[in-house]
Design a protein around this ligand. Structure first.
Ligand code: FES
Length: 106
């Protein structure tokens, strides 16, 4: 496991996604008002590469802004297209900074 520094927590939007480019990857970071957890997924929607960090967040689900596929951020699975999923990354918060293990997506 190699956790890489992504972004300061206070730069992450609450209740919507934040786009982060790191180590050649485009990621979407999600922070929530009702829980301290932070979730990180690939930014590109597996359907046609829509920008998931720009999607509407409903609970722990993000809606792709291009064709409205919904992805469960806690599992990466697509609610609308069985079998489709987006990669997720393990996250650690260290002193107000978000780190993710980009070597081991789930
Ligand atoms: S690109 Fe995301 S649903 Fe089509």
């Amino acid at each position: 496991m190699a956790f890489i520094r992504l972004i300061e927590l206070d730069r992450c939007a609450v209740g919507r996604g934040t786009f982060v480019e790191c180590d050649g990857r485009e990621l979407a970071v999600f922070r929530f008002a009702d829980r301290p957890e932070v979730l990180v997924i690939d930014n590109a929607c597996p359907h046609a590469s829509g920008n998931l960090s720009g999607g509407e967040v409903r609970g722990r689900v993000v809606i792709c802004p291009w064709h409205d596929w919904a992805f469960d951020l806690t599992s990466g699975t697509c609610v609308d297209a069985p079998g489709a999923r987006v990669l997720r990354y393990a996250v650690e918060l260290r002193d107000g900074v978000v780190f993710a293990d980009l070597d081991a997506p789930t």
